[in-house]
Design a protein around this ligand. Structure first.
Ligand SMILES: Cc1ncc(COP(=O)(O)O)c(C=O)c1O
Ligand SMILES: [Zn+2]
Length: 383
């Protein structure tokens, strides 16, 4: 069994974290972190922890160290400061809390993801990795790689993504422009692996998911400190990594344990590119039909993933187990949400998709009796 021994933290001896395939239970992974036996999703299994955010904390990797799968603290070179959790509004008395991720260094929640995935790659002995991006992950890696001079990467990005979305230029990140959409960029990344290179893994990258989880651990602690309770979570999804990460945070959060039942998880998409919403409806109606969106379009470019079906089952399972759901919103609903709240918290179009979905859930009556909603504002303006 492959076990990562965590190092000491603050004089305490760390505990063992094991990595297990959620599909077949195997504990063998390839370098990208996927199950060797079935190519399934590998998660970390932790002993229960009471780790919680303190008011003075300046690096959440330190705060939640017991809930991270990184072997040694020394390999973490990117500190992530907690982001604000703000009470944005109330809808018929239901508090709407927002997690404001646009304040992170490259303007999106992706900074957390790479702060955890980079040290894990170093620990695995990876030297060069390959991935695809709609822009925000590329920007986060371009920024983060500067702290990891021993690593380099190649990213495939649609030619439609403006250069300005891709973060600082660095020799450590080679950018390949692709004719076509994000799905095509993903194919190119998968087919373009050369000797000595490792697929980064995308949704299947454990470090990414564990990094994304931190936003939720933080938000649950912040709301608990403010005396609130979250029973509904909404995030905009492309692959659904953020929502799967939220489900992990729910399992592991000491704040959620004190609330009793975990929150319902809702995935938000824009109507013009909503393959997950449609596939979930098809699951509920029994047809099980899954149709990739051939020409993804919409305001929120960061979440334009037309074919999310390598991750959909994991996302749908997390949503179903939470008794949550999938929502889609139109361009005018997205614009209205931006107009209502963008002066209160920095947010881009993907964040506005989630916020517009909160309003939609409220109008549909899905927030009746709710004690509190958490909406993840995953990116700032332009993100
Ligand atoms: C700002 C922002 N929000 C949300 C997402 C959703 O991503 P996922 O569903 O893959 O977690 C992305 C992905 O690129 C993003 O950049
Ligand atoms: Zn497996």
């Amino acid at each position: 069994m492959r076990t990562i021994e965590t190092a000491t933290k603050g004089g305490r001896i760390g505990r063992a974290v094991s990595l297990v395939c959620v599909d077949c239970g195997s504990t063998e992974q390839d370098l990208s972190g996927r199950c060797r036996a079935c190519q399934g999703l590998v998660d970390a299994v932790y002993p229960q922890s009471d780790a919680a955010l303190g008011s003075e904390d300046t690096d959440v990797l330190e705060t939640y160290w017991d809930l991270l799968p990184i072997p040694r603290r020394e390999s973490c070179r990117i500190a992530i400061e907690p982001t604000p959790t703000v009470l944005l509004t109330e809808l018929d008395g239901v508090p709407i809390w927002a997690k404001v991720e646009g304040v992170l260094p490259t303007g999106s929640t992706k900074d957390r993801l790479i702060a955890v995935s980079l040290p894990l790659m170093v620990e695995r002995g990876i030297e060069r990795f390959v991935f695809s991006s709609t822009g925000n992950t590329a920007a986060a890696y371009a920024w983060g790689l500067q702290r990891y001079p021993e690593l380099s990467a190649r990213v495939y990005v649609s030619e439609e993504v403006p250069d300005t979305q891709l973060g600082p230029r660095t020799d450590q990140l080679e950018i390949v422009r692709v004719k076509g959409d994000y799905v095509e960029a993903g194919h190119r990344a998968r087919d373009g692996i050369r000797p000595g290179e490792v697929p980064e893994g995308g949704f299947f990258n454990l470090g990414r998911r564990e990094g994304a989880k931190l936003a939720y651990l933080e938000a649950f602690d912040d709301v608990a400190h403010a005396g609130g309770r979250i029973d509904t979570v909404v995030q905009a999804v492309a692959s659904g990594l953020g929502i799967v990460a939220a489900a992990r945070a729910v399992q592991q959060s000491s704040a959620v344990r004190s609330w009793g039942k975990g929150p319902r998880l809702f995935c938000a998409q824009q109507t013009s590119c909503s393959p997950m919403v449609k596939a979930y409806r098809a699951l509920l109606s029994g047809t099980g039909e899954r149709l990739p969106e051939k020409l993804p379009s919409g305001l929120a470019a960061a979440i334009l993933l037309g074919d999310p079906f390598s991750s959909f089952d994991y996302v749908a399972r997390a949503v179903r187990e939470s008794t949550g759901g999938f929502v889609d919103v139109t361009s005018s609903e997205i614009a209205a949400a931006l107009q209502r709240h963008n002066h209160e918290a920095p947010m881009g179009d993907a964040a506005a998709v989630a916020l517009a979905s909160v309003y939609r859930l409220w109008e549909q009556g899905d927030l009746r009796g709710s004690e509190g909603v958490l909406v993840a504002l995953t990116g700032g303006p332009g993100r």
